[in-house]
Design a binder for this molecule. Structure first.
Ligand SMILES: *Cc1c(COP(=O)(O)O)cnc(C)c1O
Length: 822
């Protein structure tokens, strides 16, 4: 960890007087706010004190930003997301405020090492993977490009599980990120809202006897209490709010039950409320389908909408102007019950008629779709939805009646197409389709890469798109360069500043000036030295945590992301096995030393994903121990992949593995982080890889395999993987080795079914793409053997990745969806 600061140029040169003043402030915070004296303070106490000192500065900006938005009657953006994968905040805050070096020096003068306490900060893992990390990058970019915004989500007491590897298997442990308190957040007890579940709906008659209003009388009630975290943009420009809700009982203790001697039953309400914000469902790209999940979705959605309405009413006094002053964004379908909830609040609580309410709703909401996987599209059984949310069920039916009427009136849809547009799935068990509900209730529906958006129009939303052809649009994902370059790769950032000056720090488009340096031999040497130092840092972490010794001069080939069959870690592992065979059979050849890193979590209930983790570890054990390999190939599974580990691994990669089955990865953002840090990509034409190729140039990326269209054709045209496997000796041999227990002598049948699945159906086209993948890996070796060429390509990747900044993405959302200046 120490290496990072050794070569990074500080954003500000520390001044002695500033340092002394800062050190005094830290001591003050330690004494009066942590309640400790320097002589007895633990490292955690120093961490808290350091954060509090910086937090004070952030609060000054926060108050100013909030006041300004109010005074200017600015339109606000509300980003509703069930996940925010924010990671650690301290370094990001120091870096964005330009205080990194001052804080390092001030802490140093007190005998405290910044890099040591930084590793103690808990990694806030309130998300599964890409979707949650996107929400976090967006929050930072909205603050940076000066969009007044609130993020809304759940304050999970236990976020994403901590992964340990035991005997090669994934073991899930609770991540208790709040154990040492959370100095970043502010509890707002006064900002709490009631949330109801179940019960009945009553119709209240007006004086003339006509039905006037619906009154929902929930059977259960809990409170949502706000916890606010300030989100600071680059150079402290603007500070926005991430507001996370925690469940609290309306009656913490049921006194009647307690007095009657039922001491445990008396806490019933407390436990129920607590459950709402206890755990994050650890499934990525597949819906949890559990009642508690629907409760969580409704819980945070209604609290957020009530909060938004209260803020709007206090400023404007009426709700018809909501679409002009509030843009509410639905990050995937998880908050899409919001469409029915806003209708309920407008009609039942605020007395607005259906048609007007529907206009306000559509004018206010926009929705981002994140996946086309059919199994990932959220829907809820009608009986469950009706029991928990009886009034919302009525509203969904009312919206549906209008939607289907509109579709029928066009005369353009047959019965089957109407059935696909419906908010209710009628085949088999009746279910509420949350994607269709979000689509119907939004004025904008966006995909997250050009390819994904096109496929969305052709598949899941084909009929709704025909009905409302102007709604679907594309917003290719992005990443914040502050975290994913400036903060995590101080060495490269310093080098770029030396080469092209500081303009790119504020205008990432200026990064293209680095392109000219790809041909500069001296620069290439420096670039390689930075990469090498980053690799040495990763190697030392792996040595310390896993006892595996790695050579930083080997090619570092990295695949880190959630473990999922469509992401095809299996393809990568099979290629490692095939390469292992080749190295042993042809020791005379000039093999390029390579380390294959794999990392990622599997959903605890996803059998094959967990088996793939075990396979990676089994293969690693055999290969790493085999003297015949002579260290030319190593395989390392890095446990507990999270944002903090990503911050170390992205800068250390030579090769980025983005090898999903074409058509299945909506965008990917890991692909962007790697390329921005100077890794070359090996990948399929999937998600944002397509656009990365357009930006970095086809010569600076390794593309292989079937296209999305070819995948679809094969699936329709009776793809026969067995024949494909039998014509590839390399693949057949690798599969035979895995299947027969070469890597699992303790349980030779462990991988039999996994491998026979490839022969039988191979839905993810592993066999179909294997030969192309393996051949492309040998091309990678050839280019790696020519370091000046490799480094030139890597430099061009860095230079040309600026477009993938989430600042660009957010500006597009702001102008084209939210209608706010940016
Ligand atoms: C960026 C990121 C992801 C997303 O990775 P993909 O390769 O796009 O799936 C997941 N987890 C973490 C911790 C990340 O930082």
């Amino acid at each position: 960890m120490k290496l990072a600061s050794a070569y990074g140029l500080p954003l500000q040169t520390p001044q002695t007087s500033d340092i002394e003043a800062l050190a005094a402030e830290i001591l003050q915070a330690l004494k009066y706010r942590v309640g400790k004296d320097a002589t007895v303070a633990t490292q955690y106490d120093w961490l808290t004190a350091a954060i509090l000192v910086v937090r004070d500065r952030i609060i000054d900006h926060w108050v100013k930003s909030t006041k300004q938005a109010y005074e200017q009657s600015a339109k606000r953006v509300y980003y509703l997301s069930l996940e925010f994968l924010i990671g650690r905040l301290m370094r990001d805050a120091f870096s964005n405020l330009g205080m990194m070096e001052d804080m390092r020096a001030a802490l140093g003068s007190l005998g405290v090492e910044l890099d040591v306490i930084a590793t103690l900060e808990p990694d806030a893992a309130l998300g599964n993977g890409g979707l949650g990390r996107l929400a976090a990058c967006f929050m930072e970019s909205m603050a940076t490009v000066d969009v007044p915004a609130h993020g809304y989500g759940i304050r999970y007491a236990n976020g994403m599980f901590r992964q340990e590897i035991s005997d090669g298997w994934q073991v899930e442990l609770p991540e208790t990120w709040l154990d040492h308190g959370n100095p970043w957040e502010f509890e707002r007890r006064e900002r709490s809202f009631e949330v109801g579940f179940g019960g009945t709906v009553e119709q209240v008659a007006a004086k003339d006897g006509r039905l006037e209003r619906h009154v929902w009388r929930p059977q259960e009630r809990v409170l949502a209490v706000a916890y606010d975290t300030p989100v600071v943009g680059w150079r402290g420009n603007r500070v926005n709010t991430l507001r996370l809700w925690a469940g609290m009982p309306v009656d913490p203790i049921l006194l009647d039950a307690f007095n009657a001697g039922d001491h445990i039953g008396a806490l019933r309400e407390s436990n129920k409320a607590d459950a709402l914000s206890r755990v994050l469902y650890p499934a990525d790209s597949s819906p949890a389908g559990q009642e508690l999940r629907l409760r969580q979705e409704y819980f945070f959605t209604t609290a957020s909408l009530q909060d938004i309405i209260q803020r709007h009413l206090s400023q404007y006094g009426e709700l018809h102007s909501l679409p002009e002053k509030a843009a509410i964004h639905l990050n995937d379908t998880h908050p899409s019950v919001a469409v029915a909830e806003l209708m309920r609040l407008l009609m039942d609580v605020h007395g607005i008629d259906f048609d007007t309410a529907w206009g306000i709703t559509k004018g206010t909401f926009a929705y981002t779709n994140h996946t086309l996987l059919p199994e990932a599209l959220e829907s809820w059984p009608v009986p469950l939805f009706e029991r928990l949310l009886p009034r919302h069920m009525q509203i969904v039916y009312a919206i549906n009646a209008q939607l289907l009427h509109e579709a029928r009136t066009t005369g353009q849809f047959d019965g089957e197409q109407i059935a696909r547009i419906s908010l209710i799935e009628e085949n088999g068990e009746r279910r509420v389709r949350m994607g269709n509900l979000a689509f119907a209730g939004s004025h904008s529906i966006n995909g997250v890469s050009a390819l994904h958006t096109e496929l969305m129009k052709e598949t899941v939303f084909a009929d709704l798109h025909r009905l409302y052809p102007s709604r679907i649009n594309n917003k290719t994902n992005g990443i914040t360069q502050r975290r994913w370059l400036f903060q995590c790769n101080a060495g490269l950032t310093g080098l770029i500043r030396e080469a092209i000056g500081d303009r790119f720090l504020d205008d990432i488009a200026a990064l293209t000036e680095l392109d000219a340096f790809a041909g500069d031999a001296a620069f290439r040497e420096k670039f390689a030295a930075v990469k090498r130092a980053n690799k040495a840092r990763l190697a030392s972490i792996v040595a310390e945590r896993q006892g595996i010794k790695l050579d930083p001069s080997a090619l570092f080939d990295i695949q880190i992301k959630r473990i999922h069959e469509y992401k095809r870690q299996l393809l990568n592992i099979i290629e490692a096995v095939a390469l292992y065979d080749q190295i042993r059979s042809h020791p005379e050849r000039d093999w390029m030393p390579r380390v294959k890193f794999l990392g990622g979590k599997a959903a605890p209930s996803y059998h094959n994903a967990k088996l793939i983790i075990k396979l990676a570890n089994d293969v690693a054990r055999v290969i790493n121990r085999d003297p015949a390999v002579r260290g030319l190939l190593k395989v390392v599974f890095t446990p507990n992949y999270n944002v903090s580990l990503a911050e170390v691994m992205m800068p250390a990669a030579d090769l980025s593995e983005q090898i999903s089955t074409a058509g299945m990865e909506a965008s990917g953002t890991g692909n962007m982080k790697f390329a921005l840090n100077g890794a070359l990509t090996i990948g399929t034409l999937d998600g944002a890889n397509v656009e990365i190729r357009e930006h970095v140039g086809a010569d600076n990326i390794f593309i292989f395999g079937l296209t999305a269209q070819e995948v679809a054709e094969r699936r329709n045209g009776g793809y026969a993987p067995r024949g494909v496997i039998e014509t590839s000796p390399e693949l057949s041999q690798a599969l035979a080795a895995i299947s027969s227990g070469v890597f699992s002598p303790d349980d030779p049948n462990r991988y039999r079914d996994l491998i026979s699945g490839l022969y039988d159906h191979d839905w993810f086209m592993v066999a179909a793409d294997f030969d192309a993948y393996a051949a492309t890996q040998r091309q990678v070796d050839a280019v790696w053997g020519d370091s000046p060429d490799w480094n030139a390509r890597a430099i061009r990747n860095v230079a040309r990745m600026g477009w993938f900044s989430s600042d660009r993405t957010i500006r597009q959302y702001a102008r084209e969806i939210w209608n706010v200046p940016a």
